[in-house]
Design a protein around this ligand. Structure first.
Ligand SMILES: [Zn+2]
Length: 135
C-alpha cells in the first residue's frame, strides 16, 4: 500500500507550511499518523516507498528526527547522515536492485525539494522502465 495523504493535509504550494515541523508530512508518517508502505525502520531511520515512483524501485530513506534539508545539517547530524547512506546498499539489494541504483537528495526549492524533511531517494530497476531518467 502506498502512503495516502488524508484530505485537508497540504501536499504542496505552501512551502512555509511544509517547513513547519509540527505540520511535516514525513514527521506524521514517522509518528504513524499517515500510513506508508515501509521498506525499513529502526530507532533513527525510516524507509518507505515513494507515493509517485519514478522508477520500478523508488523508496525514500529519512531520519526520524526532523531536519528541514541537507542544507540545514551540521556536525551533529553526521552520524544519522552516515547511517542513512550506509543503509542504502542493503535496502536497494533487498528491493531487487541487482544492477545498481541511484541516490538523490533534493535540497531547497531550486533543488526540487517538495517535503522539507530531509529525504534520500533510492531509485533502481531496469532503466527503460524509469519514468524520468534525468531525475
Ligand atoms: Zn519532519
Amino acid at each position: 500500500m502506498l502512503a495516502r495523504v488524508p484530505s485537508g493535509v497540504p501536499t504542496c504550494c505552501n512551502k512555509d507550511f511544509m517547513k513547519s515541523q509540527d505540520n511535516c508530512i514525513f514527521c506524521k508518517i514517522v509518528a504513524g499518523q499517515i500510513p506508508s508502505s515501509k521498506v525499513y525502520e529502526d530507532d533513527d531511520l525510516l524507509a518507505f516507498h515513494d507515493l509517485h515512483p519514478k522508477a520500478p524501485v523508488h523508496f525514500l530513506v529519512i531520519p526520524k528526527s526532523h531536519i528541514d534539508s541537507l542544507a540545514e545539517c551540521g556536525p551533529g547530524d553526521a552520524d544519522v547522515l552516515a547511517r542513512m547512506m550506509l543503509k542504502v546498499p542493503e535496502l536497494a539489494r533487498l528491493a531487487g536492485c541487482n544492477n545498481g541504483f541511484r541516490t538523490v537528495i533534493n535540497t531547497g526549492t531550486d533543488g526540487g525539494q517538495e517535503v522539507f524533511h530531509l529525504d534520500l531517494h533510492v531509485l533502481g530497476g531496469p532503466r527503460d522502465r524509469w519514468k524520468s531518467p534525468a531525475f
